[in-house]
Design a protein around this ligand. Structure first.
Ligand code: PEP
Ligand code: MN
Length: 385
């Protein structure tokens, strides 16, 4: 009502609402800015960001002084929305501060492991058996890998995270000795899995790069422990892990000062049974979009079969991966673990050739998939079985 008793025109009332909206918006933005200041002060003092007691005190005070058309339920609902939005902006800010998301989290040259650079433009092959079994086995495999005309890192597990406790568990310390010895003789850098903090020193002494396996991606104590070392880490995605969880696992390593982290997509668990896991190709461009960390893909564990390995490897590289992990064995049928998915050494060489990685032009980082000659002639026949 106007002061003279005549009803205000609709237009005038709407104008007042518009004005109040603008004032509310301005007040909300002022409040949001203060929320972020408080969050920063709390971070500095090491205090928890969320204070449920303070929130409930504020709400009670507001409800008690609510004597207008809005009663307790409306005031509660409006202010709870404001409180929730305030937590959302704090979450967003916390995420923006993650070291792993910084544009230069990893240098342009990529992550260096010995003489190999991962993520520097030239693809890297991580190849080797599932497990270290004997010196003779490792010798045969290392000799073949060292001849491949690509950037390569030898992989082999000494400590094995097997699903069944009654299956081969790895040669442990003896496996590390065999691995180091053969790698030195063939001039190959090696990556091997570390299962726990108790064996970390032994594994770190023997390896050029530490692998955190899919089953250990959530092991925050282990992540922090490898973060305290200055040794490159290959962090595999847990098979039930979201990309956010993978990135936060990498953040655990970064948070302790170790910024040499390579991410590895290795398949996630779905309802599909034809492959051991489901290769999540979309993870590659998404991780590359959000981070500067190199991303490689373990096609062997993702697929659990070798007959479709080459087309999947092509897809992975076309999606922007910095390299591949392929399990290879001189006699897959006799392997003590994962024999069904390991490729023969001659097939490993054929895969590398089919991908076009061995062509000299590729050393500068061109995309082998765009080489139509290789696309036409490379077959998968030799890889079946
Ligand atoms: C491995 O690479 O040896 C392995 C066990 O893989 P994942 O952790 O991805 O299962
Ligand atoms: Mn394996």
């Amino acid at each position: 009502m106007k002061s003279n008793g005549a009803p205000a025109s609709l237009g005038a009332l709407r104008a007042r609402i518009d004005d109040l909206n603008t004032q509310l918006l301005d007040l909300l933005q002022q409040r949001a800015a203060i929320v972020l200041e408080i969050a920063a002060a709390k971070r500095e003092q090491g205090l928890a960001g969320y204070d449920p007691q303070r929130e409930s005190d504020m709400l009670n005070a507001l409800v008690q002084s609510a004597d207008g058309a809005f009663g307790a339920p409306e005031i509660t609902s409006v202010f709870q929305s404001i409180f929730r939005a305030s937590l959302d902006i704090q979450d967003r800010e916390r995420r923006q501060q993650l070291r792993v998301l910084a544009p230069n989290a990893v240098p342009k040259e990529g992550v260096r492991v010995g003489n190999v650079s991962i993520g520097g433009g030239t693809p890297v092959l991580f190849a080797g058996p599932c497990s270290v079994e004997t010196p003779e086995q490792m010798e045969a495999i290392a000799a073949a890998i060292s001849r491949l005309p690509v950037q390569k890192i030898m992989r082999a597990g000494a400590f094995k995270p097997r699903t069944n406790p009654y299956t081969f568990q790895g040669l442990r310390e003896e496996g590390l000795r065999i691995l180091r010895d053969v790698a030195d003789r063939h001039g190959l850098p090696v990556v091997t899995e570390v299962l726990d903090t108790g064996t970390l020193d032994a594994v770190a002494d023997a390896a050029d790069m530490l692998q955190i396996g899919a089953r250990n991606m959530y092991n925050t104590e282990l992540l922090k422990a490898v973060g305290r070392l200055r040794k490159p880490v290959l962090l595999k995605r847990g098979f039930m892990a979201t990309l956010d969880e993978l990135l936060l696992a990498a953040e655990y390593i970064f948070s302790q000062g170790n910024e040499s982290v390579v991410l590895c997509e290795r398949g996630i668990r779905t309802f599909e049974g034809r492959t051991r896991f489901t290769l999540d190709i979309s993870a590659i461009p998404l991780l590359k979009q959000e981070t500067s960390l190199p991303v490689i893909v373990d096609v062997s564990h993702a697929l659990g079969r070798r007959d479709i390995l080459l087309p999947c490897a092509r897809a992975v590289m076309a999606a922007g991966a910095d390299g591949l992990m392929i399990e290879a064995h001189h006699r897959p049928e006799q392997a003590l673990s994962d024999g069904f998915q390991q490729v023969r050494l001659e097939d490993l060489a054929a895969i590398v050739e089919a991908l076009g990685w061995s062509k000299p032009s590729n050393q500068a980082g061109s995309n082998p998939i765009q080489d139509t000659e290789i696309e036409r002639t490379a077959g998968t026949g030799a890889l079946r079985g």
